[in-house]
Each structure stands twice: as structure tokens, then as C-alpha cells.
Design a protein around this ligand. Structure first.
Ligand code: GDD
Ligand code: MN
Length: 370
């Protein structure tokens, strides 16, 4: 056996305490004869998964833990786990025993001896299956699978699989371009690799979870959408700008509605109505962006107040820039005679880009908001 591991199994975990020991036991049995290690990448699970892994690790040096604080994210957990290893072969598998560990040797053989760069544990090739997934989840998975095949340069049957084994070089080729958003790390790897990957799919039957809970929810679907956008339009615009601009558009309707209430119905002075409407619209935009656009950096508690203040300040300056640019464009006929619509659009674009750029740094600061 070589002195250092040949295969690292990366296991992302969030509240998987009850599954850790069983998984290590099963890996030990199935990887007999292979120099392996397992790296649990735990996002500071409240159930104490990391502490338990450390306990197991004291008895078994093949077990390691990478505990991340103030972070969440399945994809980034897998990537960082792989980067923490020096092994030439890297596997990624769930920590809830739903992925059938008994196919690991076949996956390793495929990559080590079969000339493939990546082996995918697949539910959609002959011999594989979805197990006892609920009907709607099966439908969602099949649908998402179709969509993602469009994005890929490869006819992978199960691009949504979270179970695969690859040569280190595959990671190194893609790692600087990965979007790292959400759950679908395999899809990300394929979409970010400079060349089409030589892959093989090894069938397995998806098991039912026995302990702990799934973290799959509608947010996962949102992340999936964001990742697809990033991989298609991300070259041209920062991907968060799209939801940010959509929220801004919705804010216009909020503004008009409040103005109608205060000025038209309520009989207040126009300037009063306009001010109230602007503040309400900005507040609306702030909260929606906080839960949608910046879900992964969501501000809470006092951070919310600080965020709201900086957001409102930034957007007020943005409004000044908007009006300034639009007026300048209109008065100097920059975009043509009487082109009031184009002038307004120029102002709106400058204002929106300003708001986005400034609030991405000051309101949803990556470090503070993490
Ligand atoms: N570190 C970390 N951070 N781990 C996480 C996080 C997170 O934010 N969210 C989930 N996990 C871990 C879970 O603890 C589990 O080990 C694994 O990631 C998969 O999460 P589940 O919540 O069990 O997902 P699932 O069963 O609905 O879907 C999984 O299987 C599908 C089929 O292979 C995922 O791996 C999907 O990506 C995959 O398509
Ligand atoms: Mn699961």
C-alpha cells in the first residue's frame, strides 16, 4: 500500500451525525485493498457532525474533517474538500448513505484502468434507479436532467448526480471557472471543463434516507437556475445583476402604487408622496434582494438595519446619478432630438449599475455578510 492515499472520498455534510460511523464502516469494507481516506466537509452542523467525525478520526487516521464556519453550500464544500486532498483520485459522495458505496471499486477501476477521466454513479442507465423517491421529486429530477443536458457538451444520462469519481487533473482543469453555486457540482464540472470529459456511468440504485433530513428545497431549484444562467450568460454580465434588475423593476410598481395611495387617494403633496413611495420601494427592494439575490449572504439581526441604511443611501445616490445622466442626455440631445425615452433608459441603466455595484460591496459585503 502506498504511504499516502490514492483515493480521497469527499463527503459534504450538514446534520449527518447519525450516518457518519456507518458510512466509515461501509467505506472500510468496500475499499479493502485501496489506500483511501475520507474527508468530511461539514458546514458547522448544529448537530455536532464535525465533532463526531473528529472522534472517529482519533481512532482512524484515514478519516479527516474540514469544518467551515459561517458558510453553506454543497458545491463549494465538495470543491474545497477536493482541494484539501493530494490524492490522484477523488470521489464525491453524499453522507446520508443514499449513494451505494459498493460501486466505488468499479468507478475507481474505470478511471484508473479504463481510460476514463470521470466515473459517474448514475441512476439513469440500465441497472440504476431512483429508489423510492416521491413522484413529484422524480418528475423534477427528470425535468432538470433534460434541461442540463442541453447545456452539456456530453450525453451524460445523469448529469445531476452528486456521486462521482475523477482524476485530479479534471478538477484542476475546471476549478478556476467553476461557478460553485448550489447543489450541482457535477454539472458545473462538465460545463467548466476546457475539453469534453471522457466519462463512464456506473449504475446504482438510489437508496432511501434512514436517518437525518434532506436539505433539498425550493432554494435548491433557484440555485440550479442561477447556475444555468451563470454558465450561459455569466460571461457577459455578473449573474446576480439579473435578479437585482428584476427586483428593481418590480420596485417601480411598488413605487407607483404607494404614490397613488399617498398622493392620489390620500391627497398629500406630490413631493411627500414621491418621497414616501421612494423609501417604501427602496425598502421593498432591499428585503427582496436580501432573501433572493443575496440569499447566500443574507443579512440578519442588526446587520439588517446596517444593510438597509447603506442600501438606501447607495440607491439615493443612484437616483441622483440616474436623473443627472438622463437630464444631461436629454438636454444635450446626446441620444437624438426629443429622445426622452432613450434618455430615461440611459439614466435608469446608469442608476441600476451603480446601485448594483455599490450595494454588492457595501450592503452585501462578502466577508461581513458571509
Ligand atoms: N457541507 C454541506 N453544506 N453539505 C451539505 C449542504 C451544505 O450546505 N447541504 C447538503 N449537504 C450534504 C448533506 O448532508 C448530504 O450529505 C449531501 O450534501 C446531499 O444532501 P441531501 O439533502 O441528502 O440531498 P438529496 O438527497 O436531496 O440530493 C442528493 O442526491 C442527488 C442524487 O445523487 C444531492 O447530492 C444531489 O446533488 C444529487 O443529485
Ligand atoms: Mn440525500
Amino acid at each position: 500500500m502506498s504511504p499516502s492515499p490514492e483515493l480521497s472520498v469527499i463527503v459534504p455534510t450538514f446534520n449527518e451525525r447519525e450516518n457518519v460511523q456507518e458510512l466509515v464502516k461501509r467505506l472500510t469494507a468496500v475499499l479493502d485493498g485501496v489506500a483511501w481516506e475520507v474527508i468530511f466537509v461539514d458546514d458547522d452542523s448544529p448537530d455536532g457532525t464535525a465533532a463526531l467525525v473528529r472522534e472517529v478520526a482519533r481512532q482512524d487516521p484515514r478519516v479527516r474533517v474540514l469544518q467551515r464556519i459561517g458558510r453553506r453550500g454543497l458545491s463549494t464544500a465538495c470543491v474545497e474538500g477536493m482541494l484539501a486532498s493530494s490524492a490522484p483520485y477523488l470521489a464525491v459522495m453524499d453522507g446520508d448513505l443514499q449513494h451505494d458505496e459498493s460501486i466505488l471499486p468499479a468507478m475507481l477501476r474505470g478511471v484508473k484502468e479504463g481510460g476514463f477521466e470521470i466515473a459517474i454513479g448514475s441512476r439513469y442507465v440500465v441497472g440504476g434507479g431512483l429508489g423510492q423517491w416521491a413522484g413529484d421529486r422524480q418528475f423534477a429530477s427528470r425535468f432538470a436532467t433534460r434541461v442540463s443536458r442541453l447545456l452539456l457538451k456530453a450525453a451524460v444520462q445523469d448529469p445531476m448526480s452528486g456521486y462521482f469519481l475523477l482524476k485530479r487533473g479534471v478538477l484542476e482543469g475546471a476549478v478556476h471557472d467553476l461557478s460553485g453555486i448550489g447543489f450541482k457540482i457535477l454539472l458545473d464540472l462538465f460545463a467548466s471543463s476546457p475539453k469534453p470529459l471522457r466519462f463512464i456511468e456506473v449504475p446504482y440504485e438510489f437508496r432511501t434516507r434512514q436517518a437525518g433530513e434532506s436539505k433539498f428545497d425550493t432554494a435548491v431549484l433557484w440555485d440550479f437556475l442561477m447556475m444555468l444562467l451563470d454558465k450561459t450568460l455569466g460571461r457577459y454580465v455578473p449573474i446576480r445583476f439579473i435578479p437585482f434588475a428584476l427586483v428593481g423593476g418590480a420596485g417601480v410598481f411598488v413605487h407607483l402604487f404607494v404614490l397613488w395611495l399617498v398622493f392620489d387617494l390620500g391627497g398629500a403633496r406630490f413631493a411627500v408622496g414621491q418621497t414616501v413611495a421612494a423609501v417604501v420601494a427602496m425598502t421593498f427592494n432591499f428585503f427582496i434582494n436580501n432573501v433572493v439575490t443575496y440569499r447566500d449572504r443574507q443579512l440578519r439581526g442588526w446587520g439588517l438595519l446596517r444593510g438597509w441604511v447603506s442600501f438606501t443611501l447607495a440607491c439615493s445616490l443612484g437616483a441622483v446619478a440616474n436623473v443627472g445622466i438622463a437630464t444631461y442626455a436629454f438636454e444635450t440631445h446626446l441620444v437624438g432630438q426629443t429622445a426622452w425615452v432613450l434618455s430615461a433608459i440611459a439614466g435608469i441603466i446608469v442608476g441600476a449599475v451603480w446601485n448594483y455595484a455599490v450595494t454588492s460591496v457595501y450592503t452585501w459585503n462578502k466577508v461581513k455578510g458571509a
